[in-house]
Every structure is written in structure tokens, then in C-alpha cells.
Design a protein around this ligand. Structure first.
Ligand SMILES: C[S@@+](CC[C@H](N)C(=O)[O-])C[C@H]1O[C@@H](n2cnc3c(N)ncnc32)[C@H](O)[C@@H]1O
Length: 432
């Protein structure tokens, strides 16, 4: 146990009634309001997902106040491209790290709203509003925090069709009613809007007796959805099929907690879901990315299976064509009819024929890259047996085979954000 955690967190066997939404919410509030003081108090690495960050995001993050950053408990990078001018909502915004980072990317004309239910987290977030406004040079604050439940955004005053983008970092798993969260997110998104979020997923449904463990739930483990249930819920509430961006392993480095969990595996995964009117459907096409998204001038990584190099002609299936043509990305692509001789560029490593959203399969492929072999499950991995796996921009496997970086802990020069020190320190040994 961490030296800083309160006594309350030491009872690793404390249980709660997961059928009682109130009890779950109170337990989570206590965990994030009273038990955890900083990220060092966490017992698993579920809420500290490291992530290779593009430079413009690292630069923005470096301006966020230290106190906000030390209370960051996210599990992924929830900052999609092309945010200028957007209105963004952060579900479970915590101390506000992602909100203050995104505030710089949306610019003075954009806005960020963070919603959280825990007073202690909101207090830290609100404390630095003026500090960040001044630092960013904005005449008016473009970040606001509201207190409320992500299952009931209406009660917090959030109206239909309001936001261009919703982000969320390691929060949905903590909710006792995930369906309500996704349904509310769908409601408040504008048509063409996107939910881009990182969360923890299980390799199979988590049994009730494991869910009942308060610490495991608070640590973002036992409330995790079986990944395939996300596909079902997303469809039921009206979203497009989730597109997997990236995934990484989660380890429970505590024997007692591991024994409760048994053989269930957990990953942190980032998905993008779009709200597209049901009657909108485009045919398969050829698309050319025009290089117009800020910080993606050379290419744009859409998800684990689709990476567009600027100017390349790429075959796009009907699902992806519908997304690209109906969202904020529409102006960044030129489209032309498909031909028999089109130069389709196969994505690396993941099969391209279907939208494969299984994060465990992704990890299998990713691991096969890191062990130095060829990426096994479809796709080619670069010419001459070199193993560059472009998915999510985060899995650069060094040539030579055995000095590969793990799924999201690339130690490339300057690639490490504040949370990746341990990864950077081991850089000298070849990689993470
Ligand atoms: C793991 S932390 C992540 C915080 C933040 N996204 C970050 O990356 O630092 C979970 C946060 O979600 C909030 N939260 C959990 N369940 C919630 C709910 N049902 N409604 C509103 N906030 C919730 C907690 O209060 C906590 O601040």
C-alpha cells in the first residue's frame, strides 16, 4: 500500500452492493475524493495509462498546473485531432488535466465543459481556471466545470445537440449504468459529433462477486465492460460501430487483488464513436487526405486500421466513408469513385476488411510485433520484414526485431509526457 493512502483504502476486501446505484456512486466519490490524494496512491496501473503523445499535445500538457496533473487518473490519450473551434465535453473531468490541455487546442473560439460528481476533484479543477486563462492569453475563460452525474447530463443542464466532441478518460467503467452514460452522450452530441474515449475493458463479463470489491471498482478494474458489450450498447443507443484507436495492457500488481480477479484480462482501450443520422449512408469510395488537419500535415491516423498519408489514394469502405463525409473531417478529404485499379493501401498489422474493434486481438498483434516476429494477424508490416506497425501512431517496432516498444510506451525522443518517466528512464536499455 502506498504510504500516502488513507486507512480506508487498506481494506482490499471491502464490498458494496453493485445493484445499488447510489452505493456505487458514493463509493467512487469516496475513492476519488478522500482515498486517493495523488496518482501515487493507485494500486494498479489501470488509471495511469502512459501514452505516446504528439508534440503539440505534449506542449499543451506542459502548461497545465502541477497540482492538476498530480491528480490525473486517466488511462489513455483522449485528445483527437482537428479540435479548433470545437465545443468539447469531458465526462468525469476529475482535476481537469484533459480539459485544460484541450482548451488550448480548441482555441479562444472553442469551449470545454468538464462534468464530475466529486467535490474534491472539482475544487482542484476550478482553483486553476484563472491561472490557465491568463497563461493561455485568452480574454475570456473557455473552460467550465459543472457538478453532476454523467448518467444524467440533463440534470446538469446539458442540452440536446450541443457538443462537437465528447471525451472521457477512465470514467465510464466507474458508472453503475453505462448504457445511460452512452445514451446521454449521444443525446448531447451534435449530429456528426464524436465520442472519443479511453476506458478499461475486460476479456469476458466480470462476475458480480468481483464487481462488488470496492477497491477494484475504484481502481477502474471491476466495473469494466466486457469489450463486446460496448459494441452492443453503442449500437443500441444509436452510435456507429466503435472504432478502436489503440489499446494497452493493464496489470494488477497486487497479489490479493489479482487473486480476486482470477483469469480475467483487462486492457485500456481508446475508441471513437460517431453520431450520424440513421438515413445517412455513403458508398465505398477512394479518399485522399489533403494534409489540412493541424499537426497532421504529413498524415492522419484515424484509428488502428486506417492511417492516411497525405496525398495517397486510399480505398475506403462504406462505414468509414459515411463517417468521414458526415463529420468534422469532411473538408480534410477529397473523394473520388472507386476503380478496379485503385491503389488501396492496406493498414499495417490489423485485417482491413472488417472493422475489427477487439482490443485483445489488437494486443495480441501488438505483442507479436514486440517479440520481433512478423505481425501475424493479417496486414503487412512494411517491406523487407521490417516491423513498423503504424496503428494509432504508437507502435513503432524497431527494425532488427527485438528492441521493440510496447503498445503505447514508445520511448522515442521527447515522446514521453510527464507520466512516462519510468518508460523514458529505461530507454537506455533499448526500449520500454
Ligand atoms: C479515474 S478518474 C478520471 C478523472 C479524469 N478523467 C482524469 O483523467 O484524470 C474518474 C473520475 O470520474 C468521476 N466520476 C466517476 N463516476 C462518475 C459519475 N457517475 N458521474 C460523474 N463523475 C463521475 C470521479 O469523480 C473521478 O473524478
Amino acid at each position: 500500500m502506498s504510504c500516502c493512502a488513507s486507512d480506508k483504502s487498506s481494506d482490499l476486501t471491502a464490498t458494496m452492493d453493485v445493484q445499488s446505484e447510489g452505493e456505487v456512486l458514493d463509493s467512487v466519490k469516496e475513492y476519488y475524493g478522500k482515498v486517493l490524494k495523488t496518482d501515487k496512491d493507485l494500486k494498479t496501473n489501470a488509471c495511469t495509462g502512459g501514452m505516446r503523445m504528439p508534440k503539440h499535445i505534449r506542449d499543451a500538457l506542459s502548461k497545465v498546473h502541477d497540482e492538476v496533473v498530480t491528480k490525473y487518473y486517466g488511462c489513455g490519450l483522449v485528445i483527437p485531432d482537428s479540435l479548433e473551434g470545437c465545443s468539447v465535453l469531458d465526462l468525469g473531468s476529475g482535476s481537469g488535466r484533459d480539459c485544460y490541455t484541450v482548451a488550448q487546442l480548441v482555441g479562444a473560439k472553442g469551449s470545454v465543459t468538464g462534468i464530475d460528481m466529486t467535490d474534491e476533484q472539482l475544487d482542484v479543477a476550478n482553483k486553476y481556471k484563472e491561472y490557465h486563462r491568463e497563461l493561455f492569453g485568452y480574454s475570456e475563460n473557455n473552460v467550465h466545470f459543472v457538478k453532476g452525474y454523467i448518467e444524467k447530463l440533463g440534470e446538469a443542464g446539458l442540452k440536446d445537440n450541443t457538443f462537437d466532441v465528447i471525451i472521457s478518460n477512465c470514467v465510464v467503467n466507474l458508472s453503475p449504468d453505462k448504457r445511460a452514460v452512452l445514451s446521454e452522450a449521444f443525446r448531447v452530441l451534435k449530429p456528426g459529433g464524436e465520442l472519443y474515449f479511453s476506458d478499461v475493458y475486460a476479456s469476458k463479463p466480470v462476475p458480480k462477486e468481483v464487481q462488488e470489491n470496492k477497491v477494484l471498482w475504484g481502481e477502474c478494474i471491476s466495473g469494466a465492460l466486457y469489450w463486446d458489450d460496448l459494441m452492443k450498447i453503442a449500437k443500441e443507443v444509436g452510435f456507429t460501430k466503435p472504432r478502436l484507436v489503440t489499446a494497452s495492457h493493464i496489470s494488477i500488481d497486487n497479489e490479493k487483488l489479482q487473486s480476486i480477479v482470477g483469469d480475467i484480462k483487462f486492457v485500456s482501450a481508446t475508441y471513437r464513436l460517431f453520431k450520424i443520422p440513421a438515413d445517412v449512408n455513403y458508398e465505398a469510395t477512394q479518399g485522399i487526405y489533403d494534409g489540412t488537419i493541424t499537426a497532421c500535415e504529413k498524415g492522419f491516423v484515424f484509428d488502428a486500421q486506417n492511417e492516411f498519408k497525405t496525398g495517397d489514394v486510399v480505398k475506403i469502405d462504406s462505414d468509414l466513408a459515411t463517417i468521414l463525409r458526415s463529420t468534422r473531417f469532411a473538408d480534410d478529404f477529397s473523394f473520388q469513385p472507386t476503380t478496379d485499379t485503385d491503389q488501396s493501401k492496406a493498414g499495417c498489422c490489423l485485417p482491413t476488411k472488417e472493422n475489427n474493434a477487439d482490443p485483445f486481438k489488437f494486443m495480441e498483434i501488438s505483442d507479436s510485433c514486440t517479440t520481433g516476429g512478423k505481425c501475424q494477424l493479417g496486414g503487412s508490416c512494411g517491406s523487407g520484414g521490417s516491423k513498423s506497425c503504424g496503428s494509432g501512431g504508437s507502435k513503432s517496432c524497431a527494425s532488427g526485431g527485438n528492441k521493440s516498444c510496447g503498445s503505447d510506451k514508445s520511448c522515442g525522443t521527447g515522446a514521453c509526457g510527464k507520466k512516462e518517466d519510468s518508460c523514458c528512464k529505461s530507454k537506455s536499455s533499448g526500449c520500454c
